[in-house]
Design a protein around this ligand. Structure first.
Ligand code: F6P
Length: 382
């Protein structure tokens, strides 16, 4: 039976969103369905309602993003980062009247179903709207933070991992040339997946993530300085520290530029330590730190093959679910294949975790990557 479906991207952008959109359009077109791309997340429904846009403006044809001229026919969408639909960082409509207008937009577009591509926050918000409006919804997880529960991987994480790993590789040479300690701040919100995985892959000496250290206290900084001193004495004059943005300062609070904060703390404590006459600290005065925040570059770049495959397999599954009229599902990656989880359960779990102020899917402190980092001699702060 022919269907009319919508797709939107919500939350922070990441590589692979366009690959999802393209794959959804391709799979749906094969079935003869119509696909409507809602711009700027659920905000697009508001534009429809206030007359700024019309339903035909939203229609996505299978070939509508092809290039002109001799390059016509090149299907470029899956290679581009960002989202051709735009995205919405703060998706909570807050106001009840606005929520009602959004809900009406879905009905006025006469959609049979909506594919919502988002992280934990967006999935939570959109599922509430879907419940109120009786939308038929299927969700696809995306985020460079990899913190959507029930899925081992979200679209975007792998590309960001490559980006950070490659930055660490590049920074190694300048750090080595100047005998410096380079402190690299990595995104991830409250989760340390990106910092941990990139730190291992990029050859970091120290990885600090919020799941393992509650804050940067005096003991930790002292321990860290001693580690660096020992490294230097062993012949490695430079070091690489990866710190997740979610790591908290000495008073246990999140702060902007935690990497700069750590650099200042290392400078201060290493100076104090080198005033003591213990032989292991005699070299410490020479620690020179430089900190940098990788920032939004981590969300850019052509998606990795892995993310494109994830995008394609997730999109296929989402379209199949709609064909079977099996709604209210999150498409997930588990044990090497695509699976589904009920959005009812996923969202109530996300809500519980958010209420407690806990990341919905943190790094397992006893997991394989933490154990691997330890075995490689990487300092994790504990
Ligand atoms: O959730 C993705 C993410 O990139 C986080 O890693 C980061 O903390 C946040 O979004 C940044 O958000 P914004 O783009 O709104 O500054």
């Amino acid at each position: 039976m022919s269907k009319r479906i919508g797709i939107l991207t919500s939350g922070g952008d990441c590589p692979g969103l366009n690959a999802i959109i393209r794959a959804v359009v391709k799979c749906a077109s094969q079935k003869g369905w119509e696909v409507y791309g809602i711009p700027y997340g659920t905000d697009g429904f508001l534009r429809l309602e206030d007359g700024k846009c019309h339903s035909q403006d939203f229609e996505l044809k299978a070939n509508c993003y092809e290039l002109p001229g001799l390059l016509h026919g090149i299907d470029i969408l899956q290679f581009l980062s960002g989202s051709i639909l735009g995205s919405l960082s703060k998706g909570d409509p807050g106001d009840r009247a606005i929520a009602q207008t959004i809900i009406k937009g879905y009905q006025d577009l006469k959609l049979d179903a909506l594919i919502a591509v988002g992280g934990d926050g967006s999935i939570d918000i959109i599922y509430d709207l879907a419940q109120q409006g009786q939308w038929n919804i299927v969700a696809i997880p995306k985020t460079i933070d990899n913190d959507v529960p029930f899925t081992e991987r979200s679209v975007g994480f792998d590309t960001a991992l490559d980006k950070v790993t490659s930055a660490l590789y590049d920074l190694t040479f300048t750090a080595a040339s100047h005998d410096r300690t380079m402190i690299v701040e990595v995104m991830g919100r409250d989760a340390g997946h990106l910092a941990l995985a990139s730190g291992i892959a990029g050859g970091a000496d120290v990885i600090l993530i919020p799941e393992l250290i509650s804050k940067i206290d005096e003991d930790l900084i002292t321990d860290l300085c001693i580690r660096i001193a020992k490294l230097r004495q062993s012949g490695r004059k430079f070091s690489l520290i990866v710190i997740a943005e979610g790591v908290k300062n000495q008073t246990g609070e999140r702060q902007k530029a935690i990497s700069d904060y750590l650099a200042q703390q290392i400078d201060r404590v290493s100076h104090q330590l080198c005033l003591t006459d213990k032989p292991e600290f005699c070299d410490l005065d020479k620690i020179e730190t430089r900190s940098l925040i990788l920032g939004h570059i981590q969300r850019s770049g052509t998606p990795s093959s892995y993310d494109r495959l994830l995008a394609a397999t997730f999109a296929k599954k989402a379209v199949d679910l709609i064909a079977d009229e099996k709604y209210n599902q999150l498409v997930v990656w588990q044990n090497g294949t695509v699976q589904i989880e009920s959005l009812d359960e996923v969202v109530s779990y996300i809500k519980q975790r958010h209420q407690l102020g806990i990341c919905p899917s943190p790094v397992d402190p006893n997991g394989l990557l933490v154990q691997t980092a330890r075995s490689l001699g990487i300092y994790l702060g504990v």
